[in-house]
Design a protein around this ligand. Structure first.
Ligand code: 5IU
Length: 263
């Protein structure tokens, strides 16, 4: 489709979402479409990976509720500092799924105060469009760009997010493209003129999956299917792997596949 043949640089000029424009510019400047998923249990590991892999990524994806020694001061403050130093965005993979009123407070307040620091977060479309209104309301007092991804498809075996559910998710996203700038998905979504950013998890070059339902596809496969950003976790930091070497490998593979697509 037309959008997939355009460069990130061109799309950075025209995207309806300020957050997406900023993201596409970072990808262009750093020549990377790699998002590393920092699924670790300690703040030391999280901050070490963010510092050492920062130069190779456009986005770091976090699950801050899995960090055992979490405090806002000792995790979020240095993570935000690293995001400025290495020029990456932070994506808290929160997967909100409640009514608008509830997600608004889950996003903006509580222990994690996600809206304060996460440039990107995500949500299930299951509750209907009110979830977007609630999350958008949670950004009211934030001066920096914020963006939301809807979960349109999942990488796990037997996912229910397919067909009609996926199509209806795209319809819901269309209502507010200033804030909802794309999808977590396995393929291109939207029509030829719509520029949704597609971020794709379930990417691995050495494994087929795990014992809990995860399924991996190659970098070439997902990028040629229309994905804009590859999300890689254990492919990069599983035991026995060298995270810096693997980050370079996935970054190079992702950029090569993108370059071939826009040629
Ligand atoms: N994740 C998926 N698949 C999905 C969605 C999210 O794997 O469909 I939505 C998350 C889960 C994990 C990361 O945080 O992406 C993938 O990690 P691995 O590359 O280690 O499998």
């Amino acid at each position: 489709s037309a959008i997939t043949l355009k460069t990130y640089e061109d799309r950075a000029r025209t995207h309806p979402s300020p957050l997406a424009r900023r993201l596409l510019k970072i990808m262009t400047d750093k020549q990377t479409n790699l998002c590393v998923s920092l699924d670790v249990q300690t703040k030391t590991e999280l901050l070490h990976l963010a510092d050492t892999l920062g130069p190779y990524v456009c986005v770091f994806k976090t699950h801050v509720d899995t960090v055992e020694d979490f405090t806002y001061e000792s995790v979020i403050v240095p993570l935000v500092e690293l995001s400025k130093r290495h020029n990456f965005l932070i994506f808290e993979d929160r997967k909100f799924a409640d009514i608008g009123s509830t997600v608004k407070s889950q996003y903006a307040s509580g222990i994690f105060k996600i809206a304060q620091w996460a440039h990107i977060t995500n949500a299930h479309a299951l509750p209907g469009p009110g979830i977007i209104d609630g999350l958008f309301a949670g950004t009211k007092d934030i001066s920096e760009e914020r963006g939301l991804l809807l979960l349109a498809e999942m990488s796990s075996a037997g996912s229910l997010a397919t067909g009609d559910y996926t199509d209806k998710t795209v319809d819901i996203a269309r209502k507010n493209m200033f804030f909802t700038f794309g999808f977590i998905a396995q393929s291109r979504l939207g029509n030829d003129n719509e520029d949704f950013i597609i971020m794709t998890p379930g990417v691995g070059l050495d494994d087929k999956g795990d014992s809990l339902g995860q399924q991996y596809r190659t970098v070439d496969d997902v990028v040629s299917s229309g994905s804009d950003i590859i999300i890689v976790g254990r492919g990069i930091f599983a035991k026995g792997r060298d995270p810096i070497a693997e980050s370079k490998r996935y970054r190079d593979a992702g950029w090569k596949a993108y370059t071939a697509r826009v040629k």
